[in-house]
Design a protein. Structure first.
Length: 278
């Protein structure tokens, strides 16, 4: 059965790979990007996001079954915050009411394995508080120091994964029957990463901070296929997850035990539940 998808970042890279696959399967796809898509807009501004959402829904006749938010940039500048976090969140929230009308609504965003790397807590918290002016101010301060500028991208992706986890179980998402999830790639071979892997010195640095023991750097199709499944009707119960499709970077960085840190909190939850049941 054909479904209708809206994809941000559809002009290149992962978004384009997802759009191409979905169209080949006979689905309707409306792409949103700065250039090279059906809807050309700037997701770095609130006005651009709102107009993009309105234009995309107008193009689909108000019908949408799934949204894949893959637009993003990686520069150590405030615009990275505006596009990566607020561009995804505000766009998703703008189309959510229409999405909820689908028989099988789905939403998925592109995070990054950088969400596991060092980030700037005040910046991350400002994003999660929905304070875009404060977030941009903090990012501008970080951008003045080359050593701190790299925290901007990681913070944008940490905040995005946390937003997905927080909102996924809320009434607007889970309560409306909309699975909301994220995919976190490693180094994907796209125009955005061309400079990072373009010479031996840069590539060696990237491989040190983004270790990928399984199959090394990945094609965009490896992420697109996972996004498509998460955005499909078959995904009925996966909620709030950031799935690290990163060649093993997550395991290298966090080790084999990614659970014990939460044992105390989970224990407190069960104690509360069992206590209330007595």
């Amino acid at each position: 059965m054909s479904r209708t998808y809206i994809i941000t970042g559809a002009g290149s890279g992962i978004g384009k790979a997802a759009a191409d696959q979905l169209r080949e399967q006979g689905n309707v796809v409306v792409g949103v990007d700065l250039r090279g898509a059906e809807i050309e807009c700037d997701l770095g501004t609130s006005a651009g996001r709102q107009q993009a959402a309105a234009d995309a829904l107008a193009m689909t006749g108000g019908k949408v079954d799934a949204v894949i938010a893959s637009a993003g940039i990686s520069h150590p500048v405030p615009a990275t915050i505006a596009v990566n976090y607020f561009g995804a969140v505000e766009f998703l929230e703008a189309v959510r009411p229409a999405l909820a009308e689908s028989d099988a609504p789905r939403a998925v965003v592109v995070s990054s394995m950088s969400s596991l790397q060092p980030q700037h807590t005040p910046l991350t918290e400002a994003m999660l508080a929905g304070d875009e002016p404060a977030s941009l101010d903090i990012a501008a301060q970080l951008a003045q120091d080359p050593r701190a500028g790299g925290l901007i991208y990681a913070s944008s992706k940490r905040a995005l994964s946390r937003w997905v986890r927080r909102e996924s179980i809320a009434s607007d998402w889970a309560g409306a029957g909309i699975p909301l999830n994220a995919v976190a790639p490693g180094i994907v071979l796209t125009p955005m990463t061309a400079d990072l892997v373009g010479n031996d010195e840069s590539r060696a640095f990237v491989d040190a901070v983004v270790p990928m023991p399984l199959n090394y750097h990945q094609p965009p199709e490896s992420i697109a296929s996972l996004l498509i499944w998460l955005a499909s009707a078959e995904n009925s119960h996966c909620a709030g997850q950031t799935i690290y499709c990163d060649g093993g970077s997550d395991v290298v960085l966090r080790g084999e035990d990614a659970w014990s840190w939460a044992d105390e909190r989970v224990g407190e939850y069960f104690a509360k539940v069992m206590g209330g049941a007595q």
